[in-house]
Design a protein. Structure first.
Length: 264
């Protein structure tokens, strides 16, 4: 492995910036390539077969091009569906992202946990298994709020995001039986923590928000412990979408140390 071999951080859009932010704290010298599959947005509206084929195909091509030391799939939907397939195909460490149900179960006082994710994420057996293992006897209320993905992307482009729009996306969670007892909300999409302030105002009462970005960064740091990092050039972000549109996100990426944006 070369010292300049990057960590490849992959997401459907810019939600993975929440993971990158935590990763920078632990591994500030690690070279990073951020890959956004914006041509594939929204993942939450696709079938499992479409997501698995798309993610494994893209990561195979990206791994061949950049020879990363590790791939982090910073996307709950892609991870819960395609993680196993990607690990079978690629012979490098793969770190996935799963809903933070375990820490939420340790935090809740009411025993009622809300889970906001994409429609594809919330219906996965993976989530059922996490609930059974870590939140048995508790209520886990799920809601597919895929519209929050678009709102988060808009916010990162510098557009105004109304609290009413966020509230419209979350009301399907709060109006469920026992929804008024939710005291902890799992943000099961890496885009959603970008809207944590707006979500707090939309929900309108004290709730704890939980997501897995810090835990993912710790796992990446553990798997790369002792490795030498050296940049041979600036970190960069690539998109499968329109590079011109992607550059509207330049300010958001610059805040995370990435100023080179390009197409894939």
């Amino acid at each position: 492995m070369q010292a300049n071999s990057p960590i490849l951080l992959f997401d459907s859009g810019i939600g993975g910036l929440t993971v990158l932010s935590e990763l920078r704290k632990l591994l500030p010298d690690a070279p990073v390539i951020y890959a956004a599959d914006q041509a594939g947005l929204p993942y939450g509206e696709k079938s499992e077969a479409e997501i698995a084929a798309r993610v494994s195909g893209l990561l195979g091509r990206m791994a061949e091009r950049w020879q990363p030391r590790l791939i982090c799939i910073a996307c709950n939907t892609a991870s819960t569906i395609a993680l196993g397939m990607v690990r079978d195909v690629l012979e490098i460490p793969i770190v996935g992202t799963v809903p933070a149900i375990k820490p939420a179960a340790g935090m809740t006082k009411s025993g009622v946990i809300g889970l906001l994710g994409t429609k594809a994420t919330i219906r996965q057996a993976y989530v059922d298994n996490l609930q059974q293992e870590f939140a048995g006897g508790m209520k886990l209320l799920r809601h597919g709020a895929h519209g929050l993905v678009d709102l988060a992307e808009a916010k990162m482009r510098g557009e105004d995001v109304s609290i009413d729009a966020v509230a419209e996306e979350t009301k399907g969670l709060l109006l469920q039986p026992h929804g008024d007892e939710i005291d902890t909300v799992v943000l099961a999409c890496t885009h959603f923590p970008l809207l944590e302030e707006e979500l707090g105002k939309a929900i309108g009462r004290d709730v704890n928000f939980v997501h897995g970005a810090a835990g993912i960064a710790r796992r990446v740091a553990f798997l790369t412990d002792g490795q030498v990092f050296e940049r041979s050039g600036p970190d960069r972000a690539v998109t499968t979408g329109d590079p011109g549109d992607f550059k509207q996100l330049s300010r958001a990426f610059a805040a995370h140390g990435i100023e080179q944006l390009e197409g894939f």
